[in-house]
Unconditional design. Structure first.
Length: 98
């Protein structure tokens, strides 16, 4: 159970750091490409966190009692990678306006 908390806290810390990215103008003069990239980064961060959480739970359940911690950590890592890649999606289109 402690390993799940560590995985989730680490994922939350990484997600909060993605909000620090800036173009130097505080977002006031962000181009549509910058906004698209920012939205994509947020989607990938959310996918990573969700994948890590689900993977940690699945790894813990599959591993059983003898190697519960190892299963939780392995499941969290694999789930985070899979969640990140699933949330990746298509690149920003050239005509992206919002």
């Amino acid at each position: 159970m402690r390993a799940i908390a560590v995985v989730l806290l680490s994922a939350a810390a990484l997600t909060s750091l993605s909000a620090c990215a800036s173009n130097g103008y505080g977002g006031r003069y962000a181009s549509y490409e910058d906004r698209c990239r920012g939205e994509r980064a947020n989607q990938r961060a959310a996918g990573t966190v969700a994948g890590a959480a689900l993977g940690a739970l699945a790894g813990s359940a599959i591993a059983g009692n003898s190697s519960n911690t190892a299963g939780t950590i392995a499941g969290g890592v694999v789930g985070g990678v899979v969640g990140n890649q699933v949330a990746k999606g298509d690149p920003c289109p050239g005509d992206y306006y919002r």
